[in-house]
Design a protein around this ligand. Structure first.
Ligand code: PLP
Length: 399
């Protein structure tokens, strides 16, 4: 007997956004598809030995860490995170931080605390796919505010904030945004925080890439401007995604609720890993690792930008990010990058189409290139293939 699952599923389940990874499996097979889809550190950057040693040492020092406990997170790790935030201009008490299972869980916990069906949520357009995956099942209205080369457009944001019902939260990625690579400039940072305060709407600041700048550090996080900003950080991009260790900085008034909600979701973050991570952060190696990662990503980004200029100068425009993992490419109005992806995959290259980063999922003429996971040789070859595929599709006479 099989149960009638279609009837049993909650309405909420029908609103869950399908994973991008699954969609990539559906592309036409190609021997070695060069995937510009990654949003992670490259394999050679994952500090396997460092983490293995730190885990071993942590386990020997404190075998009891394999048990239950510390739902808010390991205090010395929270203290180390608070110190790193202080260095970026954010004064914060370790007790105002909760360690989360990646920043993804931070988005989810905030949504659980604040959202009810019918609420309005303001996001950037485009925005991080995974945030939409969290918000959409709550049956909220998503208000999308466009981003230009200085970040989210604050005049458009104000229109959304002044509309009724008042939004319940503003979700923003102000630094090296995913997917656009854009950074909100200091003037707009101040304006955004002032608007949120005036209209009484909480800001959720998602900041996975802020430490991964190329030439100079970005402006301090929005959390430096206002203590009510809910700030999300993570070690997924600076160390390794599968550690699943991130953090949420929140006002003290919310902390007990967040800890209780975290317990309800998954009880606690991995205590052994948190101890290992505290050891890694205390080691001067971590700063060297970050410096090497910045140099590597700067070089790879520059390589892609040079390739785009060579291959697509008259057909596309793109931004030049100052950090982070992504370049956002715009083709002429009317080009459907969902359809074009199939052509590109036939040529052995893939990107993430713009539609993935909008609530309405409608085809767009934009796409995201992630440049961190590919080697320089793959990047070069990948952009050459992309150029060929796009020229063939857009100017069949001149391909
Ligand atoms: C903007 C943004 N937020 C959150 C995440 C998820 O990060 P984590 O691995 O810490 O859950 C990502 C990962 O791509 C991201 O780009």
């Amino acid at each position: 007997m099989s149960l009638p699952w279609d009837r049993l599923l909650a309405e909420r389940a029908t609103r869950i956004r399908p994973s991008l990874l699954v969609d990539f499996d559906r592309l036409p097979a190609s021997d070695e598809l060069i995937l510009f889809s990654g949003g992670a550190p490259p394999l050679e950057c994952l500090p396997v030995e460092k983490i293995a040693r730190a885990l071993f040492d942590a386990w020997h020092a404190e075998p009891g860490a394999l048990g239950y406990g510390e739902p808010q997170g390991y205090e010395p790790l929270r203290a180390a995170i608070a110190e790193r935030m202080r260095q970026r201009g954010v004064a914060i008490d370790p007790d105002d931080l909760i360690v989360t299972n990646g920043s993804q869980q931070g988005i989810d916990l905030v949504a659980r605390l604040l959202l009810e069906a019918g609420d309005r949520v303001v996001v950037e357009a485009p925005t991080y796919f995974g945030a939409l995956q969290v918000f959409e099942p709550f049956d909220v209205q998503i208000a999308s505010v466009p981003v230009d080369d200085r970040g989210v457009i604050v005049e458009a944001l104000e229109r959304e904030l002044s509309a009724r019902p008042r939004p319940k939260l503003i979700y923003t990625i102000p630094t090296f945004q995913n997917p656009s690579g854009v950074t909100l400039d200091p003037e707009r940072r101040a304006a955004l925080v002032a608007l949120a305060e005036r209209y009484g709407v909480p800001i959720v600041e998602d900041d996975p890439y802020g430490e991964l700048w190329f030439d100079r550090p970005p402006p301090p996080p929005l959390r430096a401007l206002h203590a009510d900003v809910l700030y999300l950080g993570t070690f997924s991009k600076t160390l390794a995604p599968s550690l699943r260790i991130g953090w949420l900085a929140a006002p003290r008034r919310l902390m007990k609720l967040l800890v209780d909600a975290k317990e309800g979701a998954d009880i606690q973050a991995d205590r052994l890993l948190q101890r290992a991570l505290a050891r890694v952060l205390a080691d001067e190696w971590f700063e060297q690792h970050l410096a090497a990662a910045r140099a590597r990503y700067r070089e790879r980004c520059a390589l892609v930008l040079r390739g785009l200029k060579r291959e697509l100068a008259s057909l596309a425009t793109w931004n030049e990010p100052a950090g982070g993992f992504f370049i956002w490419v715009a083709l002429p109005e009317g080009v459907d990058t969902d359809a074009l992806l199939v052509e590109c995959a036939r040529q052995g290259v893939a990107y993430i189409p713009g539609s993935a980063f909008y609530h309405d999922r409608a085809p767009r003429s934009t796409f995201r290139l992630g440049f961190t996971t590919l080697s320089p040789a793959q990047l070069d070859e990948g952009i050459a293939r992309l150029g060929r595929a796009i020229r063939a599709a857009l100017r069949p006479d001149r391909a």
